[in-house]
Design a protein around this ligand. Structure first.
Ligand SMILES: [Zn+2]
Length: 367
C-alpha cells in the first residue's frame, strides 16, 4: 500500500512544480548545461535502504530509512549514466590533493549504515551499470549482525504493549497511542529529541527499553533490519566499490567525550583495514547533521588519516576543497519520483529538499 505522497512522487511547492515542469517539457537538461557554465559543484547522493515499499500497516521498522525502490533505483542510476559523470570518492580526494578542479556534472553515489539490501539489491544494479559507489558502514553492527539502535527503537515503539512511553532523559511521559501512524510519528519525535543528549545516554535509553519491554535486539533473525556481513563487503570491495566508515556503534561523534570519539574513529578505521585488507580513508558522520560533528571531530578524522568526510546536511559542494571533511549531500527519499530526482540533480538550488530542516529520523531525525 502506498500513501498518496509515495504514489505520485512529485516535488511540492512552487519551485518543485517549476522543476517538474522543466523535467516533463525536456527543458531540464539544457538548463543543466547552462548552469554548468558557471556552477561546477560536486553532487553527492545519500541513500540508506533500497527495497520494495512495504505495507506500513505490517512493516515493523522505520520507513524513513527506505530511500527508494529497486525499480526506481535502477532508473536513477541509468539517469546518472546518461546525464552525469559518476565518480569514486577516492578520485575526488585525488583531484583535491592535486589541486585539480572536478569535471562538470560530477556525481558520487553513497550509502549509509550498511543494511543488507545494499548488497542484495543496490550492488548488483551498480555493478551491472558500471556505476561506482561508496558504502559507509558502522563496523560494530557488521561485526555482530545486530540491528541499528535507532531502527530498533522505532520497532519497539511500534510493537510494545506498554501503556505509556516514559523517557525521563528526554522529559517525555506520554500515553502510547493505539494508532500505528501515531506511533510512527511519536517514534520520529523521540529520534529528534534524542539528538540533544549524549550518545552513551542514547544507547542506555534504548537498552533500558529493550529490557523493560522485553524486546531485546540480540539474536534477532528479522530480515527487515539485518546489516551486511564482512563476506559481502569483501566481495563488494573486490569488485571495486568503496567501503567507508560510519563509526563503530553509529554514535553521534560530537556527542561523545573526546577520548571516546577518537576511539570510535580509530577503531572503525582499524576494523575496516583489517577486514578488507586495504586502507580506509572515507568517513560518513553517523546521523550527520550539524549536531553530529564539529571542529574537534573533523580534526580527529583528519589526524586519523581519513581523506574525506561526508555529512548529512543537504546541498551540493561548489568548492569541495574548502569542506572536504564536511561534504554536503543530496538525500534520496522514497517519495521522490523521477522528475523530482532529475530536477534535484540538475538544478539543486531550485528544488526543495524534504529533509532540508530534518535529517531523516536516523541521519537527522533519523540516517
Ligand atoms: Zn547512519
Amino acid at each position: 500500500m502506498l500513501t498518496q505522497e509515495e504514489g505520485h512522487g512529485r516535488a511540492s511547492g512552487i519551485r518543485g512544480r517549476v522543476a517538474e515542469l522543466c523535467y516533463s517539457t525536456g527543458a531540464l537538461h539544457p538548463l543543466q548545461r547552462v548552469r554548468s557554465w558557471w556552477q561546477k559543484d560536486l553532487r553527492i547522493l545519500a541513500y540508506h535502504r533500497v527495497m520494495l515499499l512495504p505495507d506500513p500497516a505490517t512493516y515493523d521498522f522505520d520507513l524513513e530509512l527506505i530511500s527508494t525502490t529497486p525499480e526506481r533505483f535502477r532508473a536513477q542510476m541509468l539517469h546518472l549514466k546518461r546525464h552525469f559523470l559518476p565518480l569514486r570518492l577516492r578520485d575526488v580526494a585525488a583531484a583535491l590533493d592535486a589541486g585539480d578542479s572536478l569535471p562538470p556534472d560530477a556525481v558520487v553515489v553513497t550509502f549509509d549504515d550498511g543494511y543488507d539490501d545494499n548488497y542484495r539489491i543496490a550492488y548488483p544494479i551498480l555493478r551491472e551499470l558500471g556505476i561506482p559507489a561508496t558504502f559507509f558502514v558502522s563496523t560494530g553492527h557488521i561485526d555482530t549482525g545486530k540491528p541499528f539502535g535507532y531502527d530498533w527503537l522505532v520497532h519497539m515503539i511500534l510493537l510494545t504493549t506498554a501503556p505509556r512511553l516514559v523517557l525521563p532523559e528526554l522529559g517525555m511521559d506520554v500515553p502510547m497511542p493505539r494508532d500505528r501512524d501515531l506511533r510512527r510519528a511519536l517514534a520520529g519525535t523521540v529520534l529528534q529529541n534524542m539528538k540533544s543528549i549524549d550518545a552513551i545516554a542514547q544507547e542506555a535509553m534504548i537498552k533500558r527499553l529493550e529490557h523493560d519491554w522485553q524486546l531485546p535486539s540480540d539474536n534477532t533473525e528479522s530480515a527487515d533490519c539485518r546489516p551486511m556481513t564482512w563476506t559481502q563487503l569483501r566481495e563488494m570491495h573486490a569488485a571495486g566499490f568503496e567501503i567507508g566508515s560510519h563509526g563503530v556503534h553509529h554514535r553521534m561523534l560530537a556527542k561523545l567525550s573526546r577520548d571516546r570519539m577518537k576511539d570510535e574513529v580509530r577503531q572503525s578505521k582499524a576494523t575496516l583495514e583489517r577486514e578488507l585488507d586495504a586502507p580506509a580513508s572515507l568517513m560518513s558522520y553517523p546521523v550527520g547533521g550539524d549536531r553530529a560533528f564539529d571542529a574537534e571531530v573533523m580534526s580527529a578524522i583528519r589526524e586519523a588519516g581519513f581523506q574525506l568526510a561526508v555529512c548529512y546536511i543537504c546541498g551540493t559542494n561548489p568548492q569541495p576543497a574548502s569542506n572536504r571533511y564536511a561534504l554536503n549531500r543530496l538525500p534520496v527519499e522514497r517519495m521522490m519520483g523521477p522528475g523530482w530526482f532529475a530536477a534535484m540533480l540538475a538544478l539543486p538550488s531550485l528544488v526543495s529538499y524534504p529533509t532540508v530542516n530534518r535529517e531523516p529520523a536516523h541521519e537527522q531525525a533519523h540516517a
